[in-house]
Design a protein around this ligand. Structure first.
Ligand SMILES: [Zn+2]
Length: 88
């Protein structure tokens, strides 16, 4: 399954609306989605975050490099993994 940047938030995972930060519905705040062979985008299930974390990090670093940012990737998926572990 291919992973692509979320077309809704362009990889940010959130929007700013009226000065407030709102999580992107399309990708669940991760900034990336699965793209099926049919071309349809699908949200990456929370249970898959760990399995795809390395791939997400690579995509995120590419995105940040394209923006001219040289620091650490944002890794929202790691935050999600932590939240999941706390919840179980
Ligand atoms: Zn999104």
């Amino acid at each position: 399954m291919n992973i692509v940047r979320c077309i809704s938030c362009d990889g940010y995972g959130w929007f700013e609306e009226d000065g407030e930060t709102v999580e992107c519905d399309w990708c669940g705040g991760i900034g990336y989605v699965y793209r099926g062979a049919d071309g349809a985008d699908r949200r990456i299930p929370a249970g898959d975050y760990e399995a795809v974390a390395a791939q997400l990090e690579r995509l995120e670093q590419e995105r940040l490099r394209a923006l001219g940012y040289t620091g650490q990737a944002r890794r929202p998926w790691e935050q999600k993994i932590r939240q999941q572990r706390r919840g179980t």
